[in-house]
Design a protein around this ligand. Structure first.
Ligand code: 2RA
Length: 341
């Protein structure tokens, strides 16, 4: 018996990717519903070679589905996820609303799939932040092999992390600069085209941003509370694909060769690491791919047992929609979906 599934927030960049990936991975759905706000009713969306017409989430009967993949923002999720689970469905939510709730598993299937066994408490599973997901996929095999004491990382995050509007703004600004049009009024506080903005999400008391805080607390919840992590997260003029320069301090030595071999055989990872022109991954090459890519694997001689990695992934796919669909696959394989769930 197939699963009845709804994508809530289907007209957004991540929602559209969720529909695409459900079809690409042949997720065994009997029914797939595209849901969004009333104003999007009737909007046509692709689901593989089929076209779905968007339905109004406010009037949708959530008792008719087994699973809802949500990417509609934190406020909408806080309001709707409890209503949806009360109607009987499981929610996989891409917002930050539930990630640190102790009764909500925060899951990256390659890292902590068994955390899904805790879905029964609230019947909500949280999808981690995009930059956290790609980081922990790469950290997991190294942590399991030798242990990681500390991670210091810098991120170079594409504008699609800010949604379709941010992508549109980069396009407009870039055109404007090329054709000497006046720069459009900024949705962002600073022009992103041909610039780098060291600010994602809001500033916190200690001077870090909430994006940097998310990477620290989510890595601890998903992988190991003992790992110390410090991040600097920047927005860069790239449409899709987040990059991370990660500098690790390990509990024991690991050569760059050992690290490359280990990462090559680890789930969800692809190593592209030749010490020559174009022997590494860049955001442009990761777009549309499922894998998290690792390049520039180096020993860092400035710290004891230091190891440096360059980690790149499509933030709309593994960083959001793919991870959510993989969680759905995990729920199905564990017998937690449908009438069994
Ligand atoms: C960003 N990680 O990149 C945040 C939210 N997707 O903007």
């Amino acid at each position: 018996m197939g699963v009845k599934i709804a994508v809530f927030g289907a007209t957004g960049a991540v929602g559209k990717e969720m529909l695409t990936i459900l079809a690409e991975r042949l997720f065994p759905a009997d029914e797939v519903h595209a849901l969004a706000s009333r104003k999007s009713m009737g909007v046509e969306l692709s689901y593989g070679d089929r076209t779905l017409r968007c339905k109004n989430a406010e009037t949708f009967d959530f008792s008719s589905v087994d699973l809802v993949l949500m990417s509609a923002g934190g406020d909408v999720s806080k309001e709707w996820a409890p209503k949806i689970t009360k109607a009987g469905a499981i929610v996989v939510d891409n917002s930050s609303a539930w990630r640190m709730d102790p009764d909500v598993p925060l899951v990256v299937p390659e890292v902590n799939l068994d955390a899904l066994d805790g879905v029964g408490k609230k019947r909500i599973v949280a999808n981690p932040n995009c930059s956290t997901i790609q980081l922990v996929v790469a950290l997991k095999p190294i942590h399991d092999r030798v242990g990681i004491k500390r991670v210091n990382c810098a991120t170079y995050q594409s504008v699609s992390g800010g949604g379709q509007a941010a992508m549109d703004e980069l396009w407009t600004q870039t055109k404007g600069i090329y054709v000497n049009d006046p720069i459009e009024p900024q949705t962002f506080t600073k022009q992103i085209a041909f610039n780098v903005i060291p600010h994602i999400d809001v500033f916190m008391e200690d001077g870090s941003t909430k994006e940097e805080w998310k990477m620290m607390v989510e890595t601890k919840k998903i992988l190991d509370t003992k790992i110390k992590l410090f991040a600097t997260c920047a927005r860069v003029p790239v449409f899709v694909g987040h990059s991370i320069a990660a500098h690790l301090e390990l509990e024991a030595p690991m050569s760059s060769g050992e690290a490359r071999d280990l990462l090559r055989e680890s789930p969800g990872l692809m190593v592209i690491d030749k010490r020559e022109d174009e022997g590494y991954i860049t955001p442009v090459e990761c777009v549309g791919e499922f894998a998290t890519f690792v390049s520039r694997v180096r020993e860092d001689p400035t710290v004891e047992n230091g190891l440096a990695l360059w980690i790149v992934s499509d933030n709309l796919r593994k960083g959001a929609a793919l991870n959510a669909v993989q969680i759905a696959e995990g729920l199905l394989n564990k017998g937690l979906l449908g009438k069994a769930g």
